[in-house]
Ligand binder design. Sequence first.
Ligand SMILES: C[S@@+](CC[C@H](N)C(=O)[O-])C[C@H]1O[C@@H](n2cnc3c(N)ncnc32)[C@H](O)[C@@H]1O
Length: 338
Amino acid sequence: MARLFSARTLLTVVRTGNARARLRATRDGQAAVRLNLGAAGLATGVLDALDGGAAATPALARRLGGADEDLLGAFLGVLAAAGLVREAAAGWSLAPAGRAVVSDDLVRASYEAFAGFHTGLYRHLGELLAGGPGRRDVAEQGAVIARISAAFEPFVDDVLRETVAAVSPRRVLDAGCGAGLQLAAMLAAAPDAEGVGVDTDEGAAALAVRTLEQRGLAGRATIVPADVRELADEAAFDLALLANVVYYVAAEERAALFADVARRLVPGGTLLVVSTVATPQLFSRHFDLLLRAQEGRMSLPGAEDLAAGLRAAGLRPGEPRRIAPGAPLVAVAAVRPG
Ligand SMILES: C[S@@+](CC[C@H](N)C(=O)[O-])C[C@H]1O[C@@H](n2cnc3c(N)ncnc32)[C@H](O)[C@@H]1O
């Protein structure tokens, strides 16, 4: 196509207003379009329908239960421009990036979570600032939160293996075990140990039962759908884990939670706390805002607050350590004196 603009016009455009801010706004806008496009590709079922094989627009419209062909064709055009699908003689098919969205659950969950509640926060922030009711993402989006948290699993597993090697536990407790991945990792690293996973959320507890069965660890593990504070008050565990639980508890109640878990440790036993912490990083501040916008009194702790809370609970914490590159994820191990 012939070019109609001159170098002089380009220069005028660049010099008008704040060119850098304009570029940034455009880039951010396009990233938002790509994010919502991927999420819509999933929510409409278009990407999953193409996983069943290439199809022309009319056939795909039928696969989707009778979609508007004209609009669907235009939507597929956008997906193609974003590199998620491609068109050939056989019709539309998934491009490698689109195949990753349907087949890699972390990619799928990221589109769902970031186009959903993560950015929904900002669409509804005005109502929240005006005193509207708190959000219920933590209560209602537990499954997708657990799925995106899987991104940090390899790093947390490293810390768990290292801690299990140092403690050689016979009994481990995973307080707020979620899907039971960390309990499974601790039991795999300690082949003679038994474990208890506790979670207030019955759905999470059911997932944990499934994880342990799938990994052949059910015989050494008990999952209790309860608040960890309701567990039998006996000092029975050499190692307890609180992973990604602390920020769900009001700041002033955290030391009491640490003390509740510490009471279940044998003297000399270790409580390992893993948590996202408050830092100046964009994602940390965003996550803290998201927590503060929820019903209840949630917020990110600072790394030093974790150590102070553990001390207030009568434990001896070591240095908080960053455990994942570029992410505000910290582990602190604290010993029950005895
Ligand atoms: C973000 S999930 C983390 C799950 C898992 N530990 C992980 O890191 O993947 C936090 C879990 O803690 C549970 N939880 C929060 N407070 C709890 C308490 N007092 N007792 C037991 N479970 C609790 C929630 O139900 C939720 O499943």
